[in-house]
Design a protein. Structure first.
Length: 122
């Protein structure tokens, strides 16, 4: 009875450890993307408009829209969405670490029960 329970617990533990490994692997990639996003913020306003390229009311409206919508949304991604994503990732990592700790405890308890059951049969 305990052997199947132990194998189930070990299987769950392996799954959680794999989830943790994958999340820890992706974290530096997300941080790198965030830094890349920061460095490309100025590109939202490229190319710059001048009297040589495009001028007038339409150019002004286009530039205003670009500032408010494109650059505004880009900034929102940087200031809100990336931090939220990283916070959710950190929370998930902590949750999985807690699950792993709980599984180790459950495995130890199941092994102890199995040992006690074997000793009682002897």
């Amino acid at each position: 009875m305990f052997t199947s329970s132990l194998s189930t617990l070990h299987s769950k533990l392996q799954k959680k450890q794999e989830e943790l490994r994958r999340l820890n692997e992706i974290k530096p990639q997300l941080v790198g993307l965030n830094l890349e996003f920061i460095s490309n913020l100025s590109n939202c306003m490229e190319p710059g408009l001048s009297s040589d390229t495009w001028a007038g009311k339409m150019a002004g409206n286009f530039n205003d829209t670009r500032e408010l919508q494109v650059q505004g949304n880009y900034t929102k991604i940087l200031s809100e969405q990336f931090p939220l994503l990283l916070a959710v990732l950190e929370t998930k990592i902590k949750d999985i670490m807690n699950d792993i700790d709980d599984l180790y405890k459950a495995i130890a308890e199941a092994e102890e029960k199995e040992k006690q059951q074997k000793e009682a049969k002897e």
